[in-house]
Design a protein around this ligand. Sequence first.
Ligand code: ATP
Ligand code: MG
Length: 403
Amino acid sequence: MANPGKTKRIVLISTDKAFVQETKAAFSSSDLIELITVDKNVVELRGEIQESNCDAAIIDMDAAKLEEIEALQRITRRLEGKAPILVVTQEFNAAAVRILVQLQVADFLVRPVKTADLVRSCIRVLQGPGREENSESQIYTFMPAAGGVGTTTLTLQTAFQLHNSATRGVSTCVVDLNFQQGACAEYLDLEPRFDITEIENQPERLDRQLLDVMLSKHSSGLCVLAAPTHPSEMRSFNADVVVRMLDLVSAYFDNVVIDMPRTWFPWTETVLLGSNKLYIVSEMTVPCLRHTQRLIQAVYETVGKEVKPNVIVNRYEQKMFESGIKQADVQEILGDHFVGGISNNYRLVREAVDRGVPLHEIDANANVVNDLKRIILPEEVVVEGKKPTSLYAMGKRLLRKSA
Ligand SMILES: Nc1ncnc2c1ncn2[C@@H]1O[C@H](COP(=O)(O)OP(=O)(O)OP(=O)(O)O)[C@@H](O)[C@H]1O
Ligand SMILES: [Mg+2]
C-alpha cells in the first residue's frame, strides 16, 4: 500500500454530485481516511487514479455498459494490483458480476448504496485481500429441532450481527444447506446462484472463482451461498461436495453461518465437527423440547464432546398459561444447554420476510434483535446510557489491526 500505517487515501471517481457529497460527509470526520474526488466518468479517466498515489479507489459506474467495463479493465491493468478497486454500480446481473470477478475488483456495491455500507466496504478493502493471517474462520451452525421454529430467521439475523460487528472479523457468509427447500436467499430477496449440478461429480472444480460466481451478495456485503429450490425433486448430495464447499467458504470468510436442514444426512457429522458454535433452535412446546433433548443426545453420540449443543428457544414467552411450559421447565429440561430465549414478535418477523429485509432494518432495537445479540455477541450489547460504538471507532480499530 502507498501509505502504510498512516492516513489512507481513497480516490472517488463519480459524476453524481449527491453521491459525492454524501460520501465526503461520511468520511469528513475521519482522521484515518482522506478522500479525494474526481468529477469524471470512468471512460474519461487518463491516469488520475495512478497519479493520486491512493490506497484504494471507489469507481462509480454502470457495469452494464461495455465502454465503462473496458475503461475499468484498462485501469485495473495499469494499476497492477497496487490499489484495490471498489465498484459502485447500478446494474447487478450475472454477466456484470462475472466480469467484476474476473477483473478482480476488491468489492462491489449495488446502488442505492447506504453510506454505512460504503464506509465498511472501504475499511475492508483497505485491509487487503483475505483475512488477517492466523485468524481462523468461525463457523456457526443452526440446527432445527422441528420445522418452522425459526432456524432460517435466526441464522440470517446472526449473520448480519456478525457482519456488522466491530470485533468478529470483516466478512461473513451464510451457507444454506437446505438444498431441497432453502429459504435464505428468498428471505433476503436475493437470487440463489449455487448450481450444485455443475460441480456434483467433480467437487474439485469448485474454486475461488467459481465460488464467487455462485455467491449471492446482499447490498450490505453479506454473502449467501444458496441453491435454487426444486420442490418436486428429491435429491441427496455427495458429502464431498458439501465438504469442499465448506472448506472453501471457511478459507475466504471470517464468519460462516450455516442453516441446517431437519434431515440428518451423511455429511451432517462433518458439518457438526467443523462447527465452532452449534445452536439448536427450539420452541416452547413439550414435543419440541423433548425432541431437542434427543437431538442433544444424538449430537453427543455423533461428535462426542467436541461441540457443545446450545439451545435457543424461539418465540419465548415469559408468562404462559397455567398449563403451558414455563421458564423453569425449559431450564429443567435443557439444563445448561439452554443459552437464551428469543421474544415472540410475529409482526416484525413477518414484515421482514415479506419485504425481504433483515430484522434490524425494520427496527434496530426490536426485542428479537436484542435477544439474539445477547446470545451471539454478548460483549457488544449496549448497556443502557452507554454510547454505542460508532462506525469510525470500529473503522479505526480495524485499520489499526491491519497497519
Ligand atoms: N421470534 C419470532 N417471533 C415471531 N415469529 C417468528 C419468530 N421467528 C420466526 N418466526 C416466524 O416463523 C415462521 C418460520 O420461520 P423460519 O422460516 O425462520 O423457520 P424455519 O425453522 O427456518 O422453517 P423451515 O422448517 O421451513 O426451514 C416464519 O413465518 C417467521 O416469520
Ligand atoms: Mg428454514
